[in-house]
Design a protein around this ligand. Structure first.
Ligand SMILES: [Zn+2]
Length: 318
């Protein structure tokens, strides 16, 4: 059955579906893949969540797994109808509304990083969220696509009055004196970006292991991808959501071959262990998951299918 264009537009207008109706078409028509990838609203119990896109960027396919040959990676990508010359990374930030607080998870890349990123403020405005109303910012880790947006184009810190938090381990690792001289040359820029970003924050609280930061919001360490990478558990009225940052990187690579080790996992062995722990938890307890780099809006269920995993994206019922 084909709907007329007018009927179709009426339909999406009355269901409020405009934000989620086109990513699939967008990816087929264009490599830019940023058509209407702006925001997606849903609730976990009484907690309101808005996924706000910061845009996206491409990485070379060699970044998918440190142990695979290019030929094998291309075969894998072809099997899942993915482009064979790059991997596309969406960046899905979350705004969590609890009582009178608005907590933002990560700040994105800003305008100084690669690709078509730095869309946070445009998309907050499309989602009708006043940037001034952000009271708290939690940083999952200090990689540039999660933190570099902390300085705007005028070098001013965004959300200067918000309360910032990151894990003590993550903060300590990146800000260690002389760190830049202890890493490989290829990694120096990452250290400088992280230090420059963390230093822009007037005051930052640190936590260890696990901490409840707002009613129904608990942050916990999920190290491996970075030294103190952290995730967030949202719980309200019996509903849950895990926001896992980069623990699981991509639905068509990390889930379809959980043995892939992305080249950005700083401790590959620990990252793998953490990934399987989180996968065990969310598949056994049926907890929905938000992946920072999953196809927008990046939220849905993950189910185990023998040795691989399937991602069931959020649908209209959310
Ligand atoms: Zn990332």
């Amino acid at each position: 059955m084909f709907l007329s264009r007018r009927k179709f537009l009426n339909y999406i207008n009355c269901t409020g579906l405009t934000a989620i109706s086109t990513p699939l078409f967008g990816s087929i028509q264009s490599n830019d893949n940023h058509h209407l990838l702006n925001y997606f609203k849903f609730s976990v119990g009484e907690i309101k969540i808005t996924i706000v896109s910061d845009g996206g960027f491409q990485l070379p396919i060699s970044s998918i797994d440190i142990n695979s040959s290019e030929e094998n990676l291309k075969k894998h990508l072809k099997h899942y109808h993915m482009q064979e010359d790059h991997i596309y990374m969406n960046t899905n930030l979350a705004v969590i509304e609890v009582e009178d607080k608005k907590l933002l998870i990560d700040v994105g890349s800003g305008s100084r990083f690669i690709g078509n990123t730095g869309k946070l403020f445009d998309n907050l405005s499309k989602a009708n969220i006043d940037p001034e109303s952000i009271t708290n910012v939690f940083l999952t880790h200090a990689h540039p696509d999660h933190i570099l947006g902390i300085r705007d184009d005028f070098d001013e810190t965004i959300f200067p009055d918000a309360e910032f938090m990151i894990s003590e381990k993550e903060y300590g690792w990146w800000t260690k004196k002389n760190r830049v001289n202890e890493v490989d040359e290829t990694f120096m820029q990452m250290v400088l970006w992280a230090q420059n970003s963390l230093n822009a924050i007037p005051e930052i609280s640190l936590f260890k292991n696990e901490k409840s930061i707002l009613p129904g919001v608990t942050v916990f360490e999920t190290s491996g991808h970075s030294p103190g990478h952290s995730s967030i558990l949202i719980e309200s009225k019996g509903s849950k959501l895990i926001i896992g940052g980069d623990v699981i990187r991509n639905t068509y690579t990390s889930l379809k071959n959980p043995d892939f080790i992305p080249d950005t996992d700083m401790d590959p062995v620990l990252a793998q262990k953490t990934r399987f722990n989180i996968l065990d938890l969310i598949t056994t307890e049926k907890i929905p998951y938000l992946g920072y780099h999953f196809p927008f809006p990046g939220v849905g269920y993950i189910i185990k299918n023998e040795k691989i995993y399937d991602f069931i994206p959020a649908s209209i019922r959310w």
